[in-house]
Design a protein around this ligand. Structure first.
Ligand code: FUL
Length: 488
C-alpha cells in the first residue's frame, strides 16, 4: 500500500473512531430486547378464572370438587377481542391459581378440567386461550401459582418436581411473553412450608421459552410493584438490587419494590397488577362496584405514567365470557385515552438544547416520533431542553421518555413554562424511565423548558409531548399532581 493510501486509511479510521466515540455508551443495567418490547406494550389484561369464579372465593381451599368448574359458554376469543379493542397488547390467564385447579389437562395433577364433567372432561381452557390470543394478534401469558392448596406433595421436596413438570406441561402450549410467579402464600404459622427451588423453576422456563419474561416480587425479568392498587412510586427505577432476595416471604419490602433501587445491577422493571373489580375473580355482587373511568385513568397515570406496565384484571364470569358491564367500561376507558393522547400539542414546535452529546443527537429528535432517535445531553447535570411553540398552547399533561435501551439515568428534573415573556416553574419530578406523564395545572404557554438537575449519566430523551386531558375530574387530577402543584 502506498504511503498516501496508508495515511488516508489511518485518517479514515480515526474519523470513524471519533464518530463512534460520540455515541453515548450504555449506563448501568439495561433491558434485554424482550424487556424493551414488553415495556412498549404498556397495558396488558389479566384474566382470573377458575373454580373461584363459581364459588365466590378469592383463595380456594383446594378441596373444591372439579365439577364446580362449569362455564356454560366459554369464549376466550371474546376475552381477546375485548382486550384488543380496549388497546391491550397482551393477555395473561391464571392457568393454575392457589387452589391448584389446572385449566388444562395437566398430567401431573388429578385436579384439572379433565377430572371435571365440563365438556365431558375434554375441555381445555389454556388451549382455547392460546388460540384466541393468536387469532386476535395479542401476546399470551400464563400465571401458574407456586402455592398449591391441593397438591398432596406441597410442603415437601417432591413438590418442586411436580411444579416443574406442571410448568413444562403448560409451556408446551406455545410461545408466551410472560410467566407470572405469584408470591402469595396464606398457609399461616401452622401451615405447610415449601422451600421452592427457584433456580430450577427459572432455568426450566428459560430453557423452554427463552423469549418469556418471568414476573415475581424480584423478577428476574419484571417485578411486582409492591401493591395491588395500580400505583407505582413517583420515583421508579427499573433497576433493582436482587442479591439475597427471593419471591414471596424473602422479597424486599413493598416500598422498595415501588421505587426500585437507583443504579442497581439488575434491570427488573415494575408491573402494576390491579383489578377492575374489588376482587380478582368475578362475582355478581361486585358488578356494581366496577372502577370508574376516572379510577382507570388515574391508575393509568400512576402506572404507565410512572414508568411501569399496567396489568389490568378483567375476570370472565360464570358463563365464561367477559361481563358486558366490564367490557363497556373498558371501551369507555379506551375512548378516554384516545381523546387525551391523540393530539400531541408539542408537534410543530421548535426544539433547542443548551448542549448535545454530538450533532447526531440534536434536540429536535424528541419530536420526530421515532423511538430510536433521541436527544443526548452534553453533560450529566444542568442541561436543558426547550420547546418553542408557534403560538400559545394550553395543556395539563407533560409526557417525557428516556431512551432506556442505554439505561435509566435521570434522577431529578424541573419543568418551566414561558408565558408573555415570563418564565415560571411548573413542576419538579424525580425519575423518568420508559415513560413519565406529569399532571400539571391547566397551563397556557408559548415555550416549555425541561432542566435536568440530577442524573447518573448524560440524559437521553427520545420524546417530549404535551396533552390536554379534559376527562379526568379535577378531584382525581388534584390528588395526582405533585406536592408542589398542590400548594398552588
Ligand atoms: C395475589 C393473589 O393472592 C391473588 O389471588 C391474585 O392472584 C393476585 C394477582 O396476586 O398475590
Amino acid at each position: 500500500m502506498e504511503l498516501v493510501d496508508k495515511l488516508f486509511m489511518t485518517a479514515l479510521a480515526i474519523g470513524l473512531a471519533s464518530c463512534t466515540a460520540k455515541v453515548p455508551p450504555p449506563y448501568g443495567s439495561v433491558p434485554t430486547a424482550e424487556q424493551l418490547e414488553w415495556q412498549k406494550m404498556e397495558m396488558n389484561m389479566f384474566c382470573h378464572f377458575g373454580p373461584n369464579t363459581f364459588t365466590g372465593a378469592e383463595w380456594g381451599s383446594g378441596a373444591e370438587r372439579e365439577n364446580v368448574f362449569a362455564p356454560a359458554d366459554l369464549d376466550c376469543r371474546q376475552w381477546a377481542s375485548t382486550a384488543r379493542r380496549a388497546g391491550f397488547k397482551g393477555l395473561i390467564l391464571t392457568a393454575k391459581h392457589h387452589d391448584g385447579f389446572c385449566l388444562w389437562p395437566n398430567p401431573e395433577s388429578r385436579h384439572t378440567v379433565a377430572q371435571s364433567s365440563w365438556r365431558d372432561g375434554r375441555g381445555d381452557v389454556l388451549n382455547e386461550f392460546m388460540e384466541a390470543c393468536k387469532s386476535e394478534g395479542l401476546k399470551a401469558g400464563i400465571y401458574i401459582s407456586p402455592w398449591d392448596r391441593n397438591d398432596p406433595h406441597y410442603g415437601s421436596e417432591a413438590y418442586n418436581n411436580v411444579y416443574v413438570k406442571t410448568l413444562r406441561s403448560a409451556l408446551s402450549y406455545g410461545e408466551i411473553f410472560e410467566l407470572w410467579f405469584d408470591g402469595a402464600n396464606g398457609e399461616g404459622p401452622g401451615g405447610k412450608r415449601q422451600r421452592y427451588d427457584w433456580t430450577l423453576f427459572r432455568s426450566t422456563v428459560r430453557s423452554l421459552r427463552p423469549g418469556a419474561l418471568m414476573f415475581s416480587d424480584v423478577g428476574p425479568d419484571c417485578r411486582w410493584v409492591g401493591d395491588e392498587a395500580g400505583v407505582a412510586g413517583e420515583t421508579n427505577w427499573s433497576s433493582l438490587d436482587t442479591c439475597g432476595f427471593e419471591p414471596g416471604l424473602g422479597a424486599p419490602p413493598p416500598d422498595t419494590l415501588m421505587t426500585g433501587n437507583r443504579g442497581a445491577g439488575a434491570w427488573v422493571p415494575a408491573e402494576c397488577d390491579v383489578s377492575i373489580r374489588p376482587g380478582w375473580f368475578w362475582k355478581a355482587s361486585e358488578t356494581s362496584l366496577l372502577k370508574s373511568v376516572n379510577d382507570l385513568l388515574s391508575i393509568y397515570y400512576t402506572s404507565v405514567g410512572r414508568n411501569a406496565l399496567l396489568l389490568l384484571n378483567v375476570p370472565p364470569d360464570t358463563s365464561g365470557r367477559i361481563d358486558r358491564t366490564d367490557s363497556l367500561r373498558l371501551m369507555e376507558f379506551r375512548a378516554a385515552l384516545t381523546a387525551i393522547f391523540s393530539e400531541n400539542l408539542a408537534s410543530g414546535a421548535k426544539a433547542e438544547a443548551t448542549d448535545s452529546y454530538s450533532r447526531l443527537f440534536k434536540a429536535d429528535n424528541v419530536l420526530d416520533g421515532d423511538y430510536d432517535s433521541y436527544w443526548a445531553a452534553g453533560k450529566k447535570v444542568g442541561s436543558a431542553l426547550e420547546l418553542i411553540f408557534d403560538g400559545p398552547k394550553t395543556f395539563n399533561r407533560v409526557c417525557i421518555q428516556e431512551y432506556i435501551p442505554l439505561g435509566q439515568r435521570v434522577e431529578a428534573f424541573t419543568v418551566e413554562v414561558r408565558h408573555e415573556g415570563k418564565w415560571t416553574k411548573l413542576s419538579e419530578a424525580s425519575t423518568i424511565g420508559y415513560k413519565r406523564i406529569l399532571l400539571v395545572p391547566q397551563t397556557t404557554a408559548d415555550a416549555l423548558r425541561v432542566t435536568f438537575d440530577s442524573a447518573l449519566a448524560e440524559p437521553l430523551i427520545n420524546n417530549l409531548a404535551l396533552y390536554q386531558d379534559s376527562i379526568l375530574s379535577q378531584d382525581f387530577a388534584q390528588r395526582l399532581c405533585s406536592a408542589m402543584n398542590q400548594d398552588k
